[in-house]
Design a protein around this ligand. Structure first.
Ligand code: UDP
Ligand code: MG
Length: 313
């Protein structure tokens, strides 16, 4: 018998938790017939919800004190922190990460399990085919994000991969050993290496409730990912800076030579203003990029915890 830990981050998901538990336990029961193969261990993480999410978790825990556990945060720390907290609490030989809204089909679990057990993979990830009901703009932005990040970062980030994945204990321990505060898990899971394969599935509508991601949040999440896993923006800033410096030297020589030969003139001040603005803009742009990295360093050096657990069982 192997223990299968399921890490489930939840933020205001009172409606979906019971549904999730019913559906997943059915799949586990199926995996255990005719021969018992896995014992489940549910780790629900309440990411500072303001509804009855924690109460739902407690109810499930009381009914199944051996298999259902929960950790509740002191406030909303975000899904990445919830994942880290959940992984930290697992004891299973195999660990799955799943959204509670059933957009990650639990029916894939037996197949993922078989790939690890029989084919020797350390991690099985999932890729979602085109999202139904997703706007054209969102689809375009997301595919551009993957193109950019895969061009400039050292790790490969599988386009449209979900956080839904099944991992071995060894894989999870390696991920947990990474001490960074800024956790862009799509990058971390790929950075650690190991043998990983992907399953593809049709996108599913949410079981209940609504998504927590606005377009703005997705945008800043993308920027985080790029800054966390690539130095390309810094190199770009250096290049843009050097190029504009080079241009201004040429301009300066031109101005001096002209002043010495034909004499100075006040005509041309508009172009001067334009050039000053351009150079100023480039400088601010580069400073902004530098600032992003310095902010990351600042956050790392504070050694703050990634999350605060208020209660757990
Ligand atoms: N989630 C979380 N903390 C947050 C936002 C979301 O733990 O701050 C959880 C949420 O409860 C769900 C999963 O992360 O289980 C994915 O969230 P959602 O369904 O809103 O994202 P989408 O599927 O639209 O990408
Ligand atoms: Mg979802």
């Amino acid at each position: 018998m192997k223990t299968l830990s399921l890490v489930v981050p939840c933020y205001n998901e009172e409606e979906t938790i019971p549904l999730f538990y019913q559906t997943v336990s059915k799949v586990i029961d199926k995996m255990n017939t005719p021969t018992p193969t896995v014992t489940p261990e549910y780790i629900f993480v309440d990411d500072g919800s303001s509804d009855n999410t924690l109460a739902e978790m407690k109810t499930l825990h009381q009914a199944n004190p051996e298999t259902v556990h929960y950790r509740s945060f002191s406030r909303n720390f975000g899904k990445e922190s919830a994942l880290a907290a959940g992984l930290q609490a697992t004891t299973g030989d195999l660990v799955a990460v799943m959204d509670v809204d059933l957009q990650d089909p639990p029916e894939l679990l037996p197949k993922m399990f078989a790939l690890i057990e029989n084919d020797g993979y350390d991690c099985v990830g999932t890729i979602q085919k085109e999202r139904r009901g997703q706007s054209k703009l969102r689809a375009f932005l997301s595919s551009s994000f993957y193109r950019v990040i895969n061009r400039i970062s050292d790790v490969r980030i599988e386009p449209n991969a979900r956080d839904y994945r099944l991992m071995t204990r060894q894989f999870v321990n390696t991920v947990l050993d990474l001490p960074e505060f800024n956790r862009f898990s799509k990058g971390i899971f790929s950075w650690v290496g190991y043998k990983t394969t992907y399953l593809t599935y049709e996108s599913q509508p949410r079981a209940a409730g609504k998504t927590h991601w606005s377009l703005g949040q997705l945008f800043s999440y993308s920027i985080e990912g790029i800054i966390d896993f690539s130095n390309a923006p810094l190199r770009l800033a250096t290049w843009v800076g050097s190029f504009s410096f080079f241009l201004s030297i040429i301009g300066l020589i031109f101005v001096i030579v002209r002043a010495l030969t034909v004499g100075g003139s006040v005509a041309g001040w508009p172009s001067l203003v334009v050039i000053m603005l351009l150079i100023g803009g480039i400088q601010l742009f580069c400073l902004g990029i530098l600032g992003q990295y310095i902010n990351k360093i600042y956050l790392e050096t504070k050694h703050r915890p990634k999350y605060i657990v208020r209660e757990e069982k």
